[in-house]
Write a protein of this length. Structure first.
Ligand SMILES: C[S@@+](CC[C@H](N)C(=O)[O-])C[C@H]1O[C@@H](n2cnc3c(N)ncnc32)[C@H](O)[C@@H]1O
Ligand code: SF4
Length: 366
């Protein structure tokens, strides 16, 4: 079983924090979608059965009916899609209306990941989002009416997010209790407007103690109302894990199509050119859009296992590491700092370790 990721490299506006690959020039949308379909048709991975498909971006919800139809039909012609396949589309709130919902359902999407990000109008404007608070609320209502499996994305750690505003956001979510939540701490990525504004002292990053408070409040609230905190940024109700993302964390193979999309077959990793125009040109010239590839050494595989699994509830299985890689991890720094806990030779992040996950990971890498 494998997963498929389709990268839709278009957005209406550039959010100030985002370094994903996208263009705000929507004129070439149809051509890029046709190029992605050609990439799918030409790929060699025909015999795989697919159990998760994820349309991410960028903004997949801005695609027209023709564009989405072309992509979904191409996937069905090329692959055997399992009847229980988790089929997710990332949706931005401004795209939610009855016609689009009907379209997404008719194409077989059975899971929506809704990019709310914030329930505060001032913060939405600050982020340069394309939607208002009212559109976010309307999207929550409409999507929950038509889809059972809904995930929402929120961001905390914004420079001016107060404790009260964060608690209010969590209350808004509680009104709907979506099946799944992805809640990210604002990261300052190079080459973003946010990064430039911070460099120029136009914005101060949030105080560490506020960010820690928001994370703790999130964890306490989510656990109290029945979510399982199964990955550092992800919470699920009643086992409604994001199957597609869980497969990444569990080291299963996946194939990515579209500009910048990554793939992994268990032994090799490869990723596409990260530019719409160059990607299209390669496809039109009947050339591969792959930018780079690498064969993973046993050390790479062990480090990947540590990087992805440590952040999950499944943790690191020390016996598996010994059997598969012949290694004993050096746990001393993590233990001394109280970042990890161990049960039956499986280690996971402690509550404190969740706040220092990057440092804990670094300390364990071989
Ligand atoms: C690439 S976006 C695509 C989703 C969709 N386009 C949207 O904006 O709602 C995936 C998620 O990553 C998160 N994200 C992107 N950049 C981030 C950053 N710098 N810090 C924290 N979260 C970020 C956002 O929560 C976003 O929903
Ligand atoms: S956060 Fe989403 S909408 Fe904003 S630029 Fe990134 S991909 Fe586009």
């Amino acid at each position: 079983m494998a997963g498929i990721y389709i990268h839709i490299p278009f957005c209406r506006k550039a959010c100030i924090y985002c370094d994903f690959q996208f263009s705000t020039n929507l004129k070439s949308t149809s051509q890029v979608i046709s190029a992605i379909c050609l990439e799918i048709k030409r790929c060699g991975q025909v015999s795989k059965t697919i159990d998760t498909i994820y349309f991410g971006g960028g903004t997949p919800s801005l695609l027209s009916s023709n564009e989405l139809n072309e992509l979904v039909n191409t996937l069905h012609k090329k692959f055997i899609v399992d009847s229980a396949c988790e089929f997710t589309i990332e949706v931005n709130p401004e795209d939610v209306n009855y016609d689009k919902i009907k379209l997404w359902k008719s194409l077989g999407f059975n899971r929506v990941s809704l990019g709310i990000q914030s329930f505060n109008s001032t913060h939405l404007q600050w982020m340069n989002r394309s939607h208002t608070f009212d559109q976010s609320k309307n999207a929550m209502v409409q999507i929950h009416k038509h889809f059972e499996n809904v995930s929402i994305d929120l961001i905390y750690g914004l420079p001016t997010l107060s404790r009260k505003q964060w608690q209010n956001s969590l209350m808004q979510v509680e009104n709907f209790k979506p099946a799944h939540l992805s809640v990210y701490c604002l990261t300052v990525e190079n080459k973003t407007l946010l990064h430039r504004q911070i460099q120029n002292n136009e914005i101060q990053i949030a105080l560490e103690e506020e960010v820690i408070w928001q994370f703790k409040a999130l964890k306490k609230w989510a656990t109290k109302i029945g979510y399982e905190h199964y990955e550092i940024s992800n919470f699920a109700r009643e086992g409604k894990y994001a199957r597609h993302n869980s497969n990444y964390w569990l080291g299963k193979p996946y194939f990515g199509f579209g500009p910048s999309a990554h793939s992994f077959d268990g032994d090799n990793r490869w990723w596409n050119i990260s530019n719409n125009h160059t990607y299209m040109k390669k496809i039109m010239e009947n050339k591969s859009p792959i930018h780079e590839s690498e064969k993973l050494s046993p050390k790479d595989k062990l480090n990947d296992y540590i990087i992805t699994r440590l952040r999950t509830k499944w943790g690191l299985d020390l016996q598996y590491i010994k059997n598969a890689f012949g290694k004993d991890l050096d746990l001393s720094e993590c233990l001394q700092n109280g970042w990890i806990s161990e049960k039956n030779k499986v280690i996971g992040l402690s509550d404190k370790g969740m706040l220092y996950a990057d440092a804990a990971t670094k300390a364990l890498l071989v």
